[in-house]
Design a protein around this ligand. Sequence first.
Ligand code: IVH
Length: 667
Amino acid sequence: MNREQAKDRILTLRRELNHHNHMYYVMAHPEISDYDFDQMMEELIRLENDFPEFSDDNSPSKRVGSDINLEFEQVRHNYPMMSLGNTYSREELEEFDARVKKIITSEFDYICELKYDGVAISLTYKNGSLLRAVTRGDGEKGDDVTRNVKTIRSIPLKLNGSGYPDEFDIRGEIFLPRAGFDKMNAQRMENGEPPFANPRNAAAGTLKLQNSSLVAKRPLDCYLYYLSGTGFFHYDSLKMAREWGFKIPLEYTKKAKNLDEVFEFIDYWDVHRKDQPFDTDGVVIKVDSFQFQEQLGFTAKIPRWAIAYKFKTERARTRLNSVSYQVGRTGAITPVANLEPVSLAGTVVKRASLYNSDQIELLGLRVGDWVYVEKGGEIIPKIVGVDTDARETESKEFVYINSCPDCGSPLVRNNDEAIHYCPNTFGCPPQIKGRIEHFVSRKAMDINIAEATIDQLFRHRLIADISDLYKLEYMQLVMLERFAEKSAGNLIKSIEDSKKIPFPRVLYALGIRFVGETVAKKLARHFGSLENIMNAGFDELLEVEEVGDKIAGSIIEHFSFARNREIVSGLRDAGVQLELNRSENESSTNLLAGMSFVVTGSFEKYSRDDIKSMIEQNGGKSMSGISSGTQYLIAGSKPGPDKMKKAESMGIAIISEDDFLGMLNKS
Ligand code: IVH
């Protein structure tokens, strides 16, 4: 390659990498795989090394990526948070090994770890208590996300045992296990919100929420993998940190005497990573001895004593046979790719989500195209690219539908949204059935009725909206196919039982766009009754915590339809709970759901009994003694010495009154 060609290539690569960086970090919507991105970055770095005259401080090769968010306080790291050099090839691992051995001439071990795919975090502990949690940011300074991190239950607020330095930093990865991710996305779709692309984006997004009570509800977890300057060996420092109460993934960590043992570890985990409850994208190899680490030192950006080996994402090439469209309960249209069945990562893939029309446009997709399909963290595989070279000459540009595939109504699209909607809210069958399915779901009215039964009742014109459920009669049901006396009786009883469901859940069950469980609870508590909500103006709605223009507008719009008001009347006549009863009226939340506390000592702001009832009122459990089920000991001044000792020995987090109030957003 001559100078001119190199210059052209460098400029092209920079332009493309900048674009992909933006799509990845800002839009959370990557268009290419990590592998392809890394390949391009490597090519750029190589060319910039070979042709230093074209170097540029603003080249994408010069930055580590930044996740700085202006709404969090910026904190400088005690020592920079470096990233790792990475490779996809075994030859480069051999080269790494050779480079290390050039400097370290005596025997040494490697430590092999998994590379957890989440968000890097640095935790600072002072006198055994969590002082601060800071994201990587630009490597020099990051966001202070301490409040949010305190909600992660696997991160100790106070350390166990002894022997830890007075002040130290420990680093690790915050991630969202796949099951929690799936649950969260299902919930988001139900609320009519866009799903997160993968667990890493969901974890990053969660950590940056301004409201830590929302963070507390998402099952974030954290593995710690680096502790500097304690003891002589990395592996031993991890074992020690485990004693202090940190979640150290020793079961995924192994000492290797040589490169062959490193490769064994890689081969094993390339297969078994798929059975783990979280995502990993590779293996990290570190020199064990701190003394040798120091001797090896750092280059400008990365340590010379560690490297990441990345697994290739599995990818298949197949044909796009057709695109079909699903209509959700809010009328949102989701395009789905129907693929020529192809086997990928152990399953046969036939369909892939296409998200929306923008995505199809971005990919430049056409029916009949050969496409690349990848399975990352997401359960549903996605199309990551098109093999345009294999495109047939007669292929036609893709045309997105402009009318509803079910009812034929012309679709609408709001200016700022990527999604098309069918506006025929009350006449489009999948929307009507979708709303009924949402209404009966477990977290809503918890009526025990199968989707197929809803379909059957809808076809027989027995139900046309949710309030019709309460008009169903036993005799109508037993006459239907597939209904026996018992199942008819059960359904009637289940519908009858739903009249006891408290008002916040009924409000959620109505399926107002953007009104999920949390917002429904806040609205219910603020207004007390559906009547008040229906009569509230835009500005009054905005007074409710978490309600912004989007939600307020959606509520106003919902009740502007006479039909929706009729449905409410139908529910009222049936005796469904449309207001809070008195005990629910007291300020209560679910912020502490699933958590157990023991309270000891005396406090400054509240009495011990106040604290106990606050625990109960916010969904937590207040226990008199410490047991294996206890998560937190709230300790005031003069705490019971036995309780303190027991909590310490059992690794139970000991927190202050302020820590506790912080959990309730009260401090
Ligand atoms: S060691 C100087 N160990 O991968 C020490 N990093 O590409 C650097 N990561 O920024 C970190 N698992 O966010 C290390 N077992 C592991 C890791 C790990 C995931 C992440 C970390 C880092 C990135 C580097």
